[in-house]
Design a protein around this ligand. Structure first.
Ligand code: FAD
Length: 282
């Protein structure tokens, strides 16, 4: 339970953090430390240096970007849960932040750390995938935007280069639609065995008929968060919640572990997607 030896530097700017990562390929950023430090204590990660970005206040907070909200990567789960802009424009995200771990985890953990860590059991990355978020990464050659759909590449693997810092997350405002978050776990503070985030957009078409579209994404049903595309297509084609949810595990690849077999996860996905679709009014 004692990490291997490492150097520690407290970064005073994002630029300095990028420089340190570039010149120390084995270095890792430290944000809330609630995913990285447990791995280090188990010696599953042994970075040569920790670059602590925890006091870069410019990376923290939520601001209005017009048709989207800009969320600093260092914003803590508890601050998302209680942020008035999120409550107004992205209530799904505020709610999901309130379902992460326990109060201690929510007061330390950051949204950027959760996304950059790339654990498929994490709640926020799946919600951000359903919300079509854009990730802003800053590296030596400036900033680049990475759509959530291209960010997660596999278990603990992301599109970030080793010397890039995730600085901001841009999320289109979605206050109008109905939403649902279903998280199945054994104890309230546990990780999801399976989770579902769903948002419904209801818009009236030119023919004045109501067209329904939903965005649905799944927690812990593959090596990274996944969209339940077959469910989304079924809803668009007019399927009921029951019919559409029967497609929930299509295109997924859940693992078997101490908490659940892959088959049980597939069953849970169908049940939870149905509950989510019913909650958004299908
Ligand atoms: P850190 O641990 O500091 O970093 C994690 C990784 O991301 C590291 O590799 C780090 O280098 C990298 N990183 C951090 N910030 C950046 C950045 N800005 N740019 C690039 N790379 C970066 N999560 C859930 O979703 N649901 C749960 O139910 C849940 N339960 C938990 C229960 C416990 C007991 C614990 C300890 C954690 C739990 N978590 C859960 C995880 C928690 O949400 C973490 O806080 C989060 O996953 C990581 O955020 P962090 O700020 O602590 O990141």
């Amino acid at each position: 339970m004692i990490p291997a030896q490492f150097d520690y530097v407290r970064a005073t700017s994002v630029e300095q953090a990028v420089d340190l990562l570039s010149s120390n390929p084995e270095a890792k950023l430290l944000a809330g430390g609630h995913s990285l430090l447990p791995l280090m204590k188990l010696r599953l990660a042994s970075p040569s240096m920790l670059v602590d970005i925890g006091r870069l206040s410019e990376l923290s907070g939520v601001r209005d970007g017009g048709d989207h909200l800009c969320i600093g990567a260092l914003t803590r789960h508890r601050d998302l849960e209680t942020d008035p802009l999120l409550a107004q424009h992205l209530p799904l995200l505020a709610h999901v932040a309130g379902q992460v771990g326990d109060p201690q985890v929510r007061h330390r953990g950051t949204i950027g750390g959760s996304v950059a860590h790339g654990d498929p059991a994490s709640d926020l990355p799946a919600a951000l995938l359903a919300l079509d978020a854009l990730y802003v990464a800053r590296g030596r050659s400036g900033e680049r935007l990475i759509p959530a759909s291209q960010f997660h590449r596999g278990f603990l693997e992301t599109a970030l280069d080793a010397s890039e810092v995730l600085v901001e997350i841009r999320v289109p405002k979605r206050a109008a639609g109905r939403w649902s978050f279903q998280k199945f776990n054994r104890r309230a503070q546990d990780w999801a065995i399976v989770g579902v985030a769903a948002i419904r957009d209801g818009s009236v078409s030119v023919s004045m008929s109501m067209s329904v579209s939903v965005s649905v994404s799944l927690v812990n049903m593959a090596s990274s968060p996944v969209r339940a595309s077959a469910v989304e297509s079924a809803v668009e084609a007019g399927a009921s919640a029951e019919e559409a949810s029967s497609h929930a595990d299509e295109g997924t690849d859940p693992s078997s572990d101490l908490n659940a077999s892959a088959d049980f996860r597939r069953h849970l996905a169908r049940v939870l997607v149905r509950r989510a679709l019913e909650e958004v009014g299908l």
